[in-house]
Design a protein around this ligand. Sequence first.
Ligand SMILES: Nc1ncnc2c1ncn2[C@@H]1O[C@H](COP(=O)(O)OP(=O)(O)O)[C@@H](O)[C@H]1O
Ligand SMILES: Nc1ccn([C@@H]2O[C@H](COP(=O)(O)OP(=O)(O)O)[C@@H](O)[C@H]2O)c(=O)n1
Length: 218
Amino acid sequence: MVPSLPLVIAVDGPAASGKGTIASRLAQVYGLPFLDTGLLYRAVGMGVLSAGADLSDEAAAEGVARALDADGLSDDPRLTTGEAGEAASRVAGYPGVRAALLELQQAFASQPGGAVLDGRDIGTVIAPNAPAKLFVTATPQVRARRRWKQLHDRGDAITYEAMLADIQRRDERDAGRGAAPMVQAPDAVLLDTTEMDIETAFDAARRIVEAARARYSL
Ligand SMILES: Nc1ncnc2c1ncn2[C@@H]1O[C@H](COP(=O)(O)OP(=O)(O)O)[C@@H](O)[C@H]1O
Ligand SMILES: Nc1ccn([C@@H]2O[C@H](COP(=O)(O)OP(=O)(O)O)[C@@H](O)[C@H]2O)c(=O)n1
């Protein structure tokens, strides 16, 4: 009997497109471990700042990335702030930082039963052979509205205009960098959630994964 491929689901896309919401729900439904890889870059960015170093200091960022303890990151509220997102996208451009985080992510993606990972380069660099790949997007205006509401609901005073500028700056940096830029993998399915609520987007994502499972008999 031919052994079946592990179900690895790669979910990429820009900030506040809904990829994390979709990826964590897919992980629940399929009973797979889930890694939000953005948290790793957020932890490195905040680690640089906590050490009193500058985000332009590539060697300091690489040092923080090499020493990173990835356990418990999802419980740290400082990592979900706008400051952490901005710091993450600064350090994410350094090849040494990306190299330092590569092995951990690839090990996570290689678990025998499969895994779900979300980020910017999962389908292109971390798990290029993943049988199911989604590239989740939405217009910058809709993404800024979603992220603004998320931060506003927990007391952050940021304006919508500042949020939109933030999202656009991060999109440009993430798509324009030389090291593992944010780009849709050629074999990823595009899911534009601009006009979708969470349930509709999740249902569409699940259909994409079901089609991949049928294609690979998983
Ligand atoms: N389709 C959607 N419609 C409305 N709000 C959404 C949708 N998808 C996600 N959200 C909300 O938008 C915010 C950002 O979603 P998240 O999944 O964290 O995005 P990402 O991981 O792409 O940055 C969250 O508050 C989430 O509940
Ligand atoms: N696989 C990844 C994940 C995140 N990142 C970087 O980390 C930043 C924060 O990622 P995130 O996924 O937590 O951000 P949001 O999309 O949730 O706003 C991004 O803007 C990227 O610069 C990356 O380069 N590669």
